[in-house]
Design a protein around this ligand. Structure first.
Ligand code: GAL
Length: 692
């Protein structure tokens, strides 16, 4: 984050207090030295444009009393900012930011381009996106814009420029969120023409494209770029993947259009981000997020309760976009309005979820939204303050988080997550599996989580990164379902093994090349030689098959790959039991030492107990140690490391109270005192500093 200065938050508080006493506007006091935001920020989405200005102070006072120090504003307020073309009205936003600052609250400005005003789309109907059915979107919802339309980009750039010119040097503005949750594509003829141009730039000649997509199949051969369609579900696999790559590049350029103009008109200390959506795979996030200063995501549970493994992996995924700390830009205050059942999180669970986020590397947790709008599509959504303007029951828990963050912020300042184990994640591979599941229950994210969960329980820290990321820092790298393997990715993996790393490939690995075509070698393609074995055949399963071996006796479900071990030094770790005849007695998991490194292939989707044993073997053989030490089941450990050593965040997600004995004396940052053990109720949290 582009924050400057090492001045403490305390200093700013003193400054605010002194200014209040002297009745001098804070802005004057802070002009000489910019205020600095607390290291751990509690925030909320605030929509001042929906309320009379006379109400703002009451809302900001309630926020201040809860320990909220950040509001995100503006991301849907275009019609208020520019009520008619070229007429910019930003005075209200200036006043809102200034009033928030008087309450010690910093602002993040969202550019309003996810919700264009009615005058805009009426005047320029080509800016409305077109669905796959050929219908144009209409005004009345949001995200109705066409992300590839030049006129829309021109108007988006202008409003972003106005905002940046006005607030780019405002010391109370921490940064920028571009748009809101990029998601909706357009399939209009102009976007299709752009796609065809994009293909021309990527493939050069139609001969090359035809060869790489094997368009001889079903007479798909193209003799003119204009013939190439958009397909999103059942087209040629090379075409499907190309469309997704085009969409990713188009979101990147859509973002850059605003990013450039904000950068040119704002202080370097203001960060630029956008809010992503966890496992959402509408575009390749590694492509889009690389241009930003900060990764941020919107963390919603929806129906049910927090699943620390799946949600934790999504935090780690987001941290992996830029391989540094991130923000939770939105999360649910209790419940949402869009799930099948919008149940509330339990009392204490919202706080546990906030610490779960911080543990995974979030430096900000921000709630959507502050107060119920009086009308609009989301009247039922959870909030902190009701439509009547008074706190809902959850307010007290939010306030507790505010207190926690104030206490723990200085200890966590400058700390980051460091892991010995990485899981590789690729959008190409997820898409490729989704388009050709072969077993309709096969969920590539569930496959990732099946490895993530037991590995995290042992190591207590995991990174989720792209297959092209630097790997040398890891003792163990696990690639579940890396179905598409480009030459560059293969080279990165081979280098890692040769340098002494342990690579574990999960089922469905390395079947496809960069064009989503089949590799010309059996799985795992370019890694067959190092593995000294290969996949002879894959089988989609109706019923689970038995497996047995070093990891015990268990079952494999959904998918089974019959492996062979060619070289003598290949060890068979697990075999299939009696099933379809083909698999009976054949290898299900094999491993081979390669110099100081190792490569392992697991061909079965293992049940939980067998996977836990496999994870234990993987970590033992790779020398991976738990970050803190053994803890009771259901207690999550999140280490963060800084100049003063380790800080451990502990959250109890098990159903009962748990006592955790610590390997050494630690300072209990929230409860106070020096401890050798801590006892946590369900959803209880401890922050433990090893060094202070
Ligand atoms: C998010 C969105 C917010 C709000 C929220 C409700 O996806 O960014 O504007 O709609 O969902 O859960």
């Amino acid at each position: 984050m582009g924050r400057t200065g090492r001045k403490s938050w305390l200093w700013v508080a003193v400054c605010f207090a002194a200014a209040a006493t002297l009745l001098i506007p804070v802005k004057l006091q802070t002009e000489a030295a910019d205020p600095v935001a607390p290291p751990l920020l509690l925030g909320t989405a605030w929509y001042p444009e929906q309320w009379p200005e006379s109400r703002w102070d009451a809302d900001l006072t309630l926020m201040q009393q809860a320990g909220i120090h950040m509001v995100r504003v503006g991301e849907f307020a275009w019609s208020r900012m520019e009520p008619s073309e070229g007429q910019y009205h930003l005075g209200w936003l200036d006043r809102a930011i200034a009033m928030a600052a008087e309450h010690g609250i910093f602002t993040v400005i969202g550019t309003p381009t996810a919700a264009p005003p009615a005058w805009l789309t009426q005047k320029y109907p080509e800016t409305l996106r077109m669905g796959e059915d050929g219908r144009r979107a209409e005004h009345g919802n949001r995200q109705q814009f066409n992300f590839a339309n030049p006129k829309y980009r021109e108007l988006a750039r202008k409003i972003a420029e106005q905002l940046a010119k006005r607030f780019g040097h405002n010391p109370h503005v921490l940064g920028w969120q571009i748009d809101n949750e990029y998601a909706a594509e357009s399939y209009d003829p102009d976007t299709k023409a752009q796609f065809q141009q994009w293909l021309k730039a990527r493939y050069g000649t139609l001969d090359n494209l035809n060869a790489r997509w094997t368009t001889a199949y079903w007479s798909q051969t193209y003799s003119d770029w204009n013939q190439i369609p958009i397909e999103t579900h059942y087209g040629n696999p090379g075409l499907l993947l190309s469309w997704k790559r085009f969409v990713s590049d188009t979101w990147r350029s859509y973002q850059k259009n605003q990013l450039d103009v904000i950068r040119a008109n704002s202080d370097a200390r203001q960060f630029i981000t956008t809010n992503t959506m966890g496992w959402f795979d509408g575009y390749d996030h590694y492509t889009v997020i690389q241009d930003l200063d900060l990764a941020a995501w919107d963390d919603y549970v929806g129906e049910g309760h927090l699943d620390p493994a799946r949600n934790g992996a999504a935090h780690d995924l987001t941290r992996g976009f830029l391989r540094k700390n991130f923000w939770v830009m939105e999360t649910q205050p209790g419940f949402v309005n869009w799930a099948a059942v919008n149940n509330s999180l339990d009392k204490g669970e919202v706080r546990a979820m906030a610490w779960h986020a911080v543990g995974h590397g979030a430096d900000t947790v921000s709630y959507w939204q502050w107060r119920s709008a009086l009308n609009g599509q989301e009247e039922y959504h959870g909030v902190i303050v009701g439509a009547d303007g008074t706190p809902v029951p959850l307010y007290s828990e939010i306030k507790q988080i505010g207190n926690d963050f104030a206490k723990a912020g200085p200890v966590l300042e400058g700390t980051t997550v460091k892991s010995e184990v990485a899981i590789l994640h690729s959008y190409d591979s997820r898409w490729a599996i989704e388009w050709q599941k072969h077993n309709r229950q096969y969920d590539p994210v569930a496959e990732i989580v099946s490895y993530y969960k037991p590995l995290r329980a042992i190591s207590q820290s995991l990174d989720v990164i792209a297959p092209t990321a630097p790997l040398s820092q890891y003792k163990l790298v696990v690639a579940p379902g890396l179905n598409v393997l480009s030459d560059a990715e293969a080279a990165n993996l081979i280098k890692y093994i040769r340098q002494g790393g342990h690579l574990v490939l999960g089922q469905r690995s390395a079947m496809k090349n960069v064009d989503n075509g089949l590799q010309t070698e059996r799985q795992p393609g370019p890694l067959v030689d190092l593995l000294g074995g290969r996949v002879e055949q894959f089988y989609a399963l109706v019923d689970p098959v038995p497996v047995e071996g070093d990891w015990g006796s268990g079952q494999g479900k959904l998918w089974a790959e019959l492996l062979s071990a060619k070289d003598n030094d290949v060890k068979v770790l697990e075999k299939y039991g009696k099933s379809n005849g083909w698999l009976d007695g054949q290898p299900a998991a094999i491993t081979r030492k390669v110099g100081k490194g190792r490569i392992t292939y697991i061909g079965a989707w293992l049940d939980d107990a067998t996977m836990a044993a496999a994870a234990k073997w993987m970590t033992d053989v790779s020398g991976v140690k738990p970050a803190l030490g053994p803890v009771p089941e259901g207690v999550e450990v999140y280490p963060r490391y800084g100049r003063h050593g380790a800080v451990y965040i502990l959250v109890n997600f098990s159903k009962t109270e748990q006592t955790i004995s610590l390997p050494s004396q630690m300072q209990d940052v929230l409860a106070g005192g020096i401890k050798r053990s801590v006892t946590l109720p369900l959803y209880g949290v401890a922050v433990l500093s090893a060094s202070r």
